[in-house]
Unconditional design. Structure first.
Length: 99
């Protein structure tokens, strides 16, 4: 989708979606619990970095690519230092044995 975005936009937003290839338990109890800088939220769009997880029972899933049908994250990047955000993610990935 990056090529399409480059043709259609002159800039990009700070919103991304991604999925983790792991269990629901690791997503809900390990990954999210080990994010210390990034806040788990139900609403996105603030000065701080926020993440929301849509589980596989979400009514929104039919509108997303099939890769996301087992659950996915939406991340809104805030104003924090990029290295701090990367470190926060790396710590959570390590705790889930994903890195």
């Amino acid at each position: 989708q990056h090529d399409i975005a480059c043709k259609q936009m002159t800039g990009f937003s700070g919103m991304i979606s991604f999925a983790l290839h792991t269990t629901e338990e690791k997503v809900n109890y390990t990954f999210l619990d080990n994010l210390s800088l990034i806040s788990h939220a139900v609403s996105l769009g603030d000065g701080e970095t926020l993440i929301v997880y849509n589980d596989k029972s979400s009514e929104k899933l039919p509108y997303y690519p099939t890769e996301f049908h087992n659950g996915f994250f939406r991340l809104s990047i805030g104003l924090e230092d990029a290295d701090d955000l990367i470190n926060d993610f790396n710590n959570a990935f390590i705790k889930c044995n994903l890195k």
